[in-house]
Every structure is written in C-alpha cells, then in structure tokens.
Design a protein around this ligand. Sequence first.
Ligand code: SIN
Length: 279
Amino acid sequence: MVGNMHVSPVAGALGAEITGVDLNQVSEQVIKDIRSALLQHGVIFFRDQDLTPESQTAFARRFGPLNRHPYVTPMDGHPDVFLIVKEPEDKHHFGNSWHTDLAYAEHPAMATMLYGLEVPDAGGDTMFLSQATAYEALSDGMKSILSDVGVIYTNANSYGKGSQRFTDGVAKAMKVSQAATNEVTHPIVRTHPETGRKGLYLSDLHFVRFADMTPKESRPLFDYLVAHATRPEFTCRFQWRNGSVAMWDNRCTMHYAISDFPNARRIMQRVTIEGDRPV
Ligand code: SIN
C-alpha cells in the first residue's frame, strides 16, 4: 500500500490490479509507484476510470513521448489516440494473435495503455504472458543456442497487401492503411532496459524467420518457443468492464485479444508510448 494505492498481483507470472488511484489526478509520486508496478508486474490493471482522449494522453505522456501508429487512422483531433473497434458484423478483431506492439519497428513501443469504452457483457478478454518468466524456464542449452540469434519481424503480416485484414475485409470498422513491407532484425532474447531482466522477444503475428536462416529452418524453433511461452503458467487474463484500463510493458510481455464475442460490439481507446531499440 502506498498512500491509497494498492497493488494486488492477479497471477504468478505477471499482472497486478491497482486500486485507490484516479488516473485523472496523479501526483509525481504516484506516477513513480505506477511505473514501478508496471516494471515489476509487466501489465497493470485499473477499474472504474473516466478518461477522455485528452486525459488518457496526458496520463500516458508522463511515462514518455507518445507513438503515432504508422497505419491506423487516429481519432479526429487526437493524433496520438486510436479506437480499436469491433462491430457486431466484423469477423475478426484487432490484436487477435500473440504479439508485442510494433515489433516490426526499429524502436518498438515501450508500453501500451488501453481503455475500455464499450465492452461486451461476456467475452473480449485480453490475455498477457511474461516473456521474461518464459525465458527463465528454458534449459541452459536452449538459452545458449538463442543467445546470439536475431529474429526478423515484418509489418506485412498485419498491414501488407496479402494480410488477412485486407483480403477478407475484416475489421471493417477500423480505418487501417496498407503499407509497403518493412522488415527489421531484433534479438530473440532481449534485456529489459530498466530492470536488466532477460526475456524472449517473441511476436508471433510479425514473424518472418530467424536471421541467417531460411523460413523452413526457422519455423519449428519459433513455433516451439511460442508454444513454450504461451503455457498457462506464464499468462494472465483480464476481463474488461467499461472504464477498465490495462497498461502493459511491450518489452517483456506478449498479449492476445480473444475473439469470442460474435454479434457484439467492443470499443477500446488506445495510446502507445515510444520505446527504444531492443538489445
Ligand atoms: C491490441 O493488441 O492492442 C489490442 C488488445 C485488445 O483489444 O484487447
């Protein structure tokens, strides 16, 4: 307990719910305490918040400069905020596979803050996993094999010409632009710049292959690592209510938006904080 703020872990590997904080009124000390909770737990949750696009960006900016999404159209008048919209008739929804945000960028996002504006009565939860706990559970032999391996990620799987988003006309409610392919190489094991903890840097949605290996050689090892990291022991799951907030550290987690609410609407307001190059 710090002042009125209380941090309760929600699972063994990651995730904590924070109570006693109104995100519209936070002192410098509370920002420091929230940052430490984020570093310790990987993802933090708040309930019953009342955020406008302005107040969400004002809060998020206290953690660093904001990222403007390269392909998703922002809210009118709010270039750093976009809505994740799944209408009842949409077949797919944004983020419905394991990934870490903007892994295809040279400087992927440090953290993402999602605010639930309109969520289904049931379904539409988000899952998270700890890439650090997953890494620590690997054998010394596997850690040594991975120690100098680069992984190539691309924007093409989600925003390129062949991506399901465009070929199947899915997620129609969101304005997303097609992009020229951009590939980047990151280490498959990264060191968290603030905690110093090592973790896997997996992003299944964005994977192409390992550097200096063919796609066929790469796939079995990558699939093994994803199967390992997605073991229930390394995850937690957040059930949304209107006014809930999740803030996750993209440097040490992956997340998955569960698409199990056909015929229902779900609207989330997202702000993302800039990160540094993984090392
Ligand atoms: C995302 O991947 O940013 C979206 C997560 C969600 O909507 O639950």
